[in-house]
Design a protein around this ligand. Structure first.
Ligand code: 0L1
Ligand code: MG
Length: 262
């Protein structure tokens, strides 16, 4: 079911309030079971506009549900995309506060910086030519829905649970990286929480970027020059707890750390 403009505005405001206050809400599909995908992305666009209205700037995109495990969990066969703003950027080695977060989780990712605009069908070669650097990343996700209970249209509307991201050292010699099989490990205080290969990110992280460009094109958009892209998680996400030091390491990269505080 397609939503009216009034409903799109109302749901984006509800999600915005949930995020700002750190209070969970009932998923939209409990009220509108047949919410359609275009309306979900319209809510997402409106939600981002609210962020921009309070001074935030769009800095890039994220891909979500990129691993088979997560797709099966959601009963979908395609990945999803969300928008990143400057306010979501967290410095490496920072103290990250869980204040006003609902039920935050963290996952290991690989990020890219795209220097020139991309649209339509792009292959790995074109993507590599447009890429100025790659880095390890940590993504913090926090669904605005009670108990992380959502359906596909809900999570799209909620900007794919986007909350924060940390970028590691930028590697500009991308050819030196074995992007098809970077071994990623995420630890909490030296305890290994998740391990995986970059091949779990839609088979190859550049293929995830290719999917992003094609999804944007299908919506009449392009990937702008000077965009950061989180290619997606290689593993499941892990619940964050205050007092933990989170580290992600990956072949060819320096580790990235984040200290979680209350
Ligand atoms: O980044 C992700 O893969 C998360 C997408 C949204 C699903 C979730 O919140 O787990
Ligand atoms: Mg992610």
């Amino acid at each position: 079911m397609a939503l009216s403009d009034t409903d799109i505005k109302a749901w984006s405001e509800a999600l915005n309030l949930a995020e700002q206050n750190g209070t969970a809400m009932k998923r939209i599909t409990k009220t509108i079971p047949d919410l359609d995908i275009p309306s979900s992305y319209d809510i997402q666009d409106r939600l981002i506009r609210l962020r921009c209205d309070r001074g935030e700037q769009i800095v890039g995109y994220k891909m979500g549900l990129t691993s088979k495990a997560k797709m099966e969990q959601m009963g979908v066969s395609d990945p999803i995309m969300g928008v990143l703003t400057d306010a979501m950027k967290v410095e490496s080695n920072a103290n990250y506060s869980l204040k006003n977060k609902i039920h935050p989780r963290i996952e290991p990712e690989i990020a890219f910086h795209i220097k020139s605009e991309l649209k339509g069908n792009v292959g790995r070669e074109k993507l590599l030519g447009a890429c100025s650097w790659a880095s390890l990343a940590l993504e913090i996700i926090d669904s605005r829905y009670r108990n992380f209970d959502f359906r596909l249209p809900d999570v799209l509307a909620d900007n794919c649970s986007s909350t924060g991201f940390v970028l590691g050292e930028a590697i500009s010699n991308i050819a030196s990286l074995a992007l098809d099989n970077i071994q990623l490990q995420m630890t909490f205080d030296d305890k290994v929480m998740q391990e995986g290969s970059s091949s779990a990110i839609l088979g190859h992280p550049l293929d995830s970027l290719e999917a992003l460009v094609s999804m944007l094109s299908a919506r009449g958009k392009s990937l702008p020059a000077d965009s950061i892209v989180l290619a997606g998680a290689a593993t499941a996400a892990v619940t964050l707890e205050a007092g933990t030091k989170v580290t992600v390491s990956g072949t060819g990269f320096s580790p990235v750390n984040l200290s979680i505080v209350s």
